[in-house]
Design a protein around this ligand. Structure first.
Ligand code: NOJ
Length: 545
């Protein structure tokens, strides 16, 4: 049995350098054969996750939900969606994982709830101006007959974020229509979310991911958006910090941690969420969105470490998640950065090139100081799938009038066994999203015995990352930033960690000499004996002195 990594004074807290694996439950593994992934599927695959070598699992929302936005529309936080299982099973899963040395992180979506949530149903049934409506943002419309939305904001998914109901009032939803925004100025909203945190910490979870963490608070006047206005009417408002301070006090009682989804370009504003009495960590979207370019990657790494250092929070390194284009696809395109606005159908992709770069990027991100997030299927090198248009469920696609391909292409049910129906996902009927024809060729069972596979690379890298003290966070070292760049030729990223560890990545366009070393620990592709590191390749080395 693997042991939970200790947290006493001789080691840094686990979350400062953890490898955390994101489970999109609907598409991870189907335990009951009905076409949708579920908790039984996850429980059956825990040995796989142990062998992969991850420290924690982050589950995207598994609560009761009509799935208008893949579960980010929660109808009840205290009920597991019957498509996934039930509460007792979630408790079992949390306990079983913990026995195996794996912690659990759940996802809380405080900006909004589902339109089927009890509060919203009650608000619809109640009259304008009622206490039930005050939990949300209901307003009269503009125009002669109130037929124009109350303000000019734009939904994160496109179009107006206002929907009009039968009695003529409008309600605000920054995302889809089925996701009404909560009124965070209301004490009951704060109280309820604090209770939800306690509910899940009581069930043994080690952490909570906070969805859309910078969007909760709104200017109470809900004014039109004037570009450049400070503060913004709904992004990154100062009121948020008081909310997170009270959440932190709760988490501290359970030794729990937070990871915030905070997309903010301003480093100083971003770091405010990571002050010692607020969130422990936040996702690093600047690194995730960064093109495959040596200068830009180096700046993203330097900026990340510099912005975290003053608040003493560890960085996180993320290459992909359930919202963005899969890494092997993104790196195989002309535009290798990620931008929601740039997504279109039919972008030419060189998957061989993308996979080569993704292998190098895996070694880069796993060598950086801080915690790392892996998204299910990343370890299999899955590409973004083309989903037939009539099967796309993502509201981002639907609300764009069919222009945006949406996010379903990175949410396709995983291939586990090459020779089984539906690539071993476990379904006896067609899974909720169709799998591409080539999916079986990515199956985990075959990759597990192939020394050259992406899965073998991730397993070996995670094993070394755990075994080598040079990759670990150091107790008392608040920035976790022990990274020193080595002088190197243009296009080469090379840095040392402690204990003689070196990571080098070649983005120069031609083979390059390795930095001085005594031992090669791991390379993203086999070297040919010339002593040169090929282009788009990474190596982990050790120098003894
Ligand atoms: C961010 C989540 O990652 C995404 O999947 C979701 O659609 C939005 N927040 C809204 O909850």
């Amino acid at each position: 049995m693997a042991a939970i990594r200790p947290t006493e004074a001789t080691t840094a807290p686990w979350w400062r350098d953890a490898a955390i694996y994101q489970v999109y439950v609907r598409s991870f593994a189907d335990g009951d054969g009905d076409g949708t992934g579920d908790l039984a599927g996850v429980r059956a695959r825990l040995p796989y996750l142990v062998e992969l070598g991850v420290d924690a699992l982050w589950f995207t929302p598994w609560y009761l939900s009509p799935l208008a936005d893949g579960g980010y529309d929660v109808a009840d936080y205290r009920v597991i969606d019957p498509a996934f299982g039930h509460l007792a099973e979630a408790e079992k899963l949390i306990a079983e994982a913990r026995e195996l040395g794996i912690r659990t992180i759940v996802d809380i979506v405080p900006n909004h709830v589902s339109d089927r949530h009890g509060w919203f149903r009650a608000a619809l049934a109640a009259a304008p101006g009622s206490p039930e409506r005050e939990l949300f943002h209901f307003r009269e419309g503009r125009g002669e007959n109130g037929e124009i939305p109350p303000n000019d904001w734009v939904s994160e998914f496109g179009g107006t974020p206002w929907t009009r109901i039968d009695d003529g009032q409008w309600y605000l939803h920054l995302f889809a229509q089925g996701q009404p925004d909560l009124n965070w100025a209301h004490p009951a909203v704060r109280q309820e979310h604090e209770d939800v945190l306690r509910f899940w910490f009581e069930r043994g979870v080690a952490g909570v991911r906070i969805d859309s963490a910078a969007l909760l608070a709104k200017d109470p006047a809900l004014p039109d958006f004037v570009k450049g206005t400070d503060p913004h009417p709904y992004v990154d408002r100062d009121e948020l910090h008081d909310i997170y301070r009270s959440w932190r006090a709760i988490a501290d009682r359970y030794d729990g941690i937070f990871v915030g989804e905070v997309w903010l370009p301003d480093s100083e504003r971003f770091a405010r969420y990571l002050r010692p009495d607020e969130l422990h960590t936040a996702f690093n979207f600047n690194f995730l969105a960064c093109p495959w370019d040596p200068g830009l990657l180096r700046s993203a790494i330097d900026d990340t470490l510099a912005e975290h250092a003053p608040v003493g929070a560890p960085a996180t390194w993320v290459l992909c998640n359930h919202d963005v284009t899969r890494t092997v696809t993104r790196y195989g395109r002309e535009e290798t950065g990620f931008d929601f606005a740039a997504k279109v159908f039919g972008t030419p992709t060189d998957l061989e090139l993308g996979t080569r770069r993704a292998r190098a990027a895996a070694l880069l991100s796993l060598a950086l100081p801080g915690a790392v997030y892996l998204y299910q299927g990343e370890e299999l090198g899955l590409p973004e799938a083309d989903i037939p248009r009539d099967r796309i469920e993502d509201p981002m696609h639907l609300r764009s009038g069919g222009v945006d391909p949406g996010r379903d292409g990175c949410r396709v049910p995983l291939p586990w066994s090459a020779d089984e129906p539906y690539a071993g996902f476990g379904s006896t009927v067609e899974p909720w999203l169709p799998q591409p024809a080539a999916w079986a060729s990515y199956a985990a069972d075959e990759q597990g015995t192939d020394p050259g596979s992406m899965l073998t690379l991730y397993r070996e890298a995670l094993r070394l990352r755990r075994a080598e003290p040079g990759f670990a966070a150091t107790p008392g070292e608040t920035s976790d930033g022990r990274l020193n760049w080595l002088p190197s030729a243009p296009g080469i990223l090379a840095f040392t960690r402690t204990h003689g560890l070196i990571c080098v990545v070649n983005l120069s366009g031609s083979p390059a000499p390795l930095p001085e070393h005594d031992e090669i620990l791991l390379t993203s592709v086999p070297l040919d004996g010339s002593g040169l590191l090929p282009d788009d390749t990474a190596a982990w080395l050790r120098r003894k002195r």
